[in-house]
Design a protein around this ligand. Structure first.
Ligand code: SF4
Ligand code: SF4
Length: 76
């Protein structure tokens, strides 16, 4: 069974730099239409099911806004 991942964003820490968007090999990160507490459009994931858990986005984020979790088998 393929491993599955969940992304958690600290949206209010995000400064909308789009570095995570540029490094994702699956092109599943984008900027949300909503605005966060700082007035920036925060990053979000458009299709979590396509995430391969490479952690590039989390490693490259200058503000450590992204956490990747590996889901257990059967976990929604
Ligand atoms: S962990 Fe990798 S594949 Fe998943 S969203 Fe981040 S950069 Fe993209
Ligand atoms: S790299 Fe971090 S601060 Fe920059 S847009 Fe992505 S989540 Fe936001």
């Amino acid at each position: 069974m393929n491993r599955r991942f969940r992304l958690s964003f600290n949206a209010d820490k995000c400064k909308g730099c789009e570095i995570c968007v540029s490094v994702c090999p699956k092109h599943i990160l984008a900027m949300d239409a909503a605005v966060n507490a700082k007035g920036y459009h925060p990053a979000c994931c458009t299709d979590e099911t396509q995430c391969i858990g490479c952690t590039s986005c989390a490693l490259m984020c200058p503000d450590c806004c992204i956490t990747i979790y590996q889901l257990e088998e059967g976990e929604a």
